[in-house]
Design a protein around this ligand. Structure first.
Ligand SMILES: [Zn+2]
Length: 386
């Protein structure tokens, strides 16, 4: 049975594949559907997370140089969000398809699955591949091992289209990122004797203050040619959540936060990590001068390489030739495109929908954007046919 892109999207959205939960029911369904059309499917299982899998497929001659359609299977949670309709059911109203993941990015996943089946039926001279990852929404940690595995099980493609929502424009660059989990351990005393204790909260504040200084310095500095392509045109540091302390009159024993950097292409996330760890060491030394047990623990929690704009990039040229869009586009959020590029593929981002609707309550993709994505796939199939 051949399904329409909308029918495939409806099926995919019905699997509540929040990153923390299993995506296996979705993967099994996609595998069954592709196999029913004679397509060979490969899986990659993370040994530490047996409840998750990435899925890869190849259609066409068993030769290198094909095109990968890359999407992620996971979605962000709906906890605490007010939805007007069931987030796990695609609901059509006002020219929009509502549902968690319709925009980010099961709409594209559905179009890619549809395209693979069409490529298998109609035949292609140049291979078309599917790469469906997991754990994208929690730091793009599922893609690197999947990409490595992919090169073992199917001939290596030359280019990748990552279908994150870009309103079907070709996005040729994005920032990289690195996140560092930080646990500040202080020494508890009554807050009337602050010189004898170490407040983890107040020491954490020094590190966050440092981040604010870094942001101000970077904003004030002249942007490199590469950095100038991004908005904002500099690397920024951010702390999104913080927790610590037990009472107003006790120097806090513990404070936990995550320091994140969004790094412009051309700069190395590791350098920002090193600068931060220098600052951590400085603060820690001052804490230990007060009490030897006070310390700071850090752990890298994610790292995503930037997508560097390619000079005459093959993937970008293909997408532009299909969409007719020749404007330059850069984004400041991370995707798996930088990871594919790091593995030697030409990579570009192009997918239906607006990133503004991603992760929102009442997430939707407009019917018009979904149709534009469908049209893109038809034309892509025409290019691959011969
Ligand atoms: Zn996404």
């Amino acid at each position: 049975m051949r399904l329409t892109p909308l029918e495939v999207m409806t099926k995919l959205v019905g699997f509540p594949t929040v990153s923390r939960d299993s995506n296996l029911p979705l993967v099994e369904w996609v595998e069954g559907y592709l196999v029913s059309h004679g397509i060979t499917v490969h899986r990659w299982h993370d040994p530490d997370q047996p409840h998750k899998a990435a899925l890869m497929a190849h259609v066409g001659p068993m030769v290198a140089g094909g095109v990968v359609l890359s999407g992620h299977s996971d979605v962000v949670p709906v906890d605490g969000q007010e939805w007007s309709s069931d987030p796990w059911t695609v609901t059509h109203r006002d020219g929009r398809y509502y549902g968690r993941g319709t925009c980010d990015m099961k709409g594209f996943d559905a179009l890619a699955i549809w395209a693979l089946v069409e490529a298998q039926r109609g035949g292609v001279a140049r291979p078309l591949q599917l790469a469906l990852s997991f754990d994208e929404e929690i730091g793009c940690t599922g893609a690197p091992p999947m990409i490595a595995r992919m090169q073992e099980v199917v001939p290596k493609a030359s280019m990748v289209i990552v279908g994150e929502p870009s309103m079907m424009t070709a996005v040729s660059g994005h920032k990289g990122g690195i996140g560092i989990y930080t646990r500040v351990v202080g020494f508890e005393v009554h807050s009337s004797l602050p010189h004898k204790g170490v407040s983890a909260v107040m020491e954490a504040a020094r590190l966050i203050g440092w981040a604010n200084e870094v942001n101000a310095e970077n904003a004030a500095a002249a942007a490199s040619e590469m950095a100038a392509l991004f908005e904002p045109p500099y690397t920024s540091a951010h702390v999104g959540t913080i927790s610590g302390g037990t009472a107003e009159n006790i120097t806090a024993k513990e404070c936990i936060f995550r320091m994140g950097f969004r790094v412009v292409a051309g700069e190395d996330p590791r350098d920002w990590q090193a600068r931060y760890l220098d600052e951590v060491a400085r603060v820690e030394a001052a804490m230990q001068a007060v009490h030897k047990d006070a310390h700071i623990e850090t752990k890298e929690w994610f790292q995503v390489p930037a997508l560097r704009p390619e000079e005459r990039g093959e993937a970008e040229a293909l997408v532009r030739s299909i969409t007719g869009d020749n404007a330059g586009h850069m984004v400041s959020y991370g995707t798996e495109a930088g990871q594919f590029q790091q593995a030697g593929y030409s990579a570009v981002i192009c997918g239906p929908g607006d990133i503004a609707q991603a992760h929102q309550p009442d997430e939707y993709i407009s019917v018009e954007q979904f149709e534009a994505g469908h049209d893109f796939m038809r034309r892509l199939l025409g290019r691959l046919a011969g």
